[in-house]
Design a protein around this ligand. Structure first.
Ligand code: NDP
Length: 285
């Protein structure tokens, strides 16, 4: 039997609609949740990401403060802008779109963001808090992945989960979240031996590699829940995930499509984190 398709677009729409209602309530109390989006340079993919984010923010009633700086912006100028945004009461969250131009030290810029406004969840303080089980902001993609697993109706407690990829923004935080939800987690990477055997034991598989259809459908445990984070642009212009979808859908119990799975949820959780920051402002903390 073909797997249930976990519809990230539909789930994102449901969550965004609930958030839009809450935003109306906050606005009535003179607190409009606001996100500052900083884009440096003219990278076409980054421009698309920023456009999608600002559109989603506007549709849900958030304020969006756009800062588009030229590619030759000096690091000191960018750090100055972040300092201003840190101090601005109308700004609940700050997002600096990556990658930054090579002349700018991305780590220094990300460290300069007030952790209380780091709605991307990339600041070491927020990653550390996640690790000790006291999260403030959960990085958006991992947060969205957990919502998709929940939406699939998958029992995480006691499940064997395999995460392929160990980046700081996807693989590692997902592994921490799945562990916190009582899964038994194996993290795989490019040096893992016999990946098909490891994946074959997974009740939950999260693929975050960045190689189109690298994970073969036949490796997947029958009935498993498969979350495909991969977003790979093929020469044809089409998007492909990291999982061989056509074969995997015949073995998995539930699977996310690409596009329409993790992507829409990543933006949605950015809104959720910004809303959470605004709630704290409204509550006076
Ligand atoms: P990174 O390049 O930072 O990490 C890739 C990981 O995959 C590394 O840990 C690497 O291992 C591992 N890997 C590479 N080759 C293999 C292999 N042959 N076998 C096993 N593991 C391997 O990528 P990201 O985590 O940033 O992103 C992963 C994918 O997710 C990309 O396609 C990206 O576009 C997508 N993505 C999608 C998002 C969305 O919102 N939809 C958001 C973020 C990412 P090692 O550490 O050993 O090098």
């Amino acid at each position: 039997m073909a797997a249930k398709i976990i519809d990230g677009k539909a789930l994102a729409a449901k969550l965004r609609s609930a958030m839009a209602d809450e935003v109306k309530g906050l606005v009535a109390r003179a607190v409009r949740p606001g996100l500052a989006v900083v884009l440096v340079g003219d990278d076409p993919a980054s421009q698309i990401y920023v456009r999608n984010k600002t559109k989603a923010l506007a549709e849900a009633g958030f304020a969006c403060f756009d800062h588009h700086l030229p590619a030759d912006t000096a690091e000191a100028k960018l750090l100055g802008l972040v300092a201003e945004l840190n101090a601005d009461r109308a700004v609940d969250g700050i997002l600096v779109q990556l990658p930054l131009p090579k002349a700018i030290d991305s780590k220094r810029v990300l460290l300069s963001i007030d952790p209380a406004k780091d709605v991307d969840g990339f600041h070491p303080e927020n990653l550390g808090r996640l690790l000790i089980g006291e999260p403030r902001f959960i990085a958006c993609t991992p947060y969205g992945i957990m919502k998709l697993i929940e939406e699939a109706g998958t029992t995480v407690r006691g499940a064997s989960a395999v995460v392929v990829g160990r980046s700081n923004i996807v693989g590692k935080p997902v592994a921490v979240l799945l562990t916190a939800a009582d899964a038994t987690v194996t993290v795989c990477h490019s040096k893992t031996k016999d990946l098909p055997a490891v994946i074959g034991a997974a009740d939950i598989l999260v693929a975050a590699i960045g190689r189109p259809e690298f994970i073969r459908g036949e490796w997947i445990k029958p009935g498993a829940t498969v979350i495909d984070v991969g977003t790979n642009r093929l020469p044809s212009g089409k998007l492909a995930g990291d999982v061989e979808f056509a074969a995997a859908v015949l073995r998995a119990g539930a699977i996310t499509p690409v596009p329409g799975g993790v992507g829409p949820m990543t933006i949605t959780m950015l809104l959720a984190n910004t809303l959470e920051a605004a709630r704290r402002r409204a509550g006076g903390c």
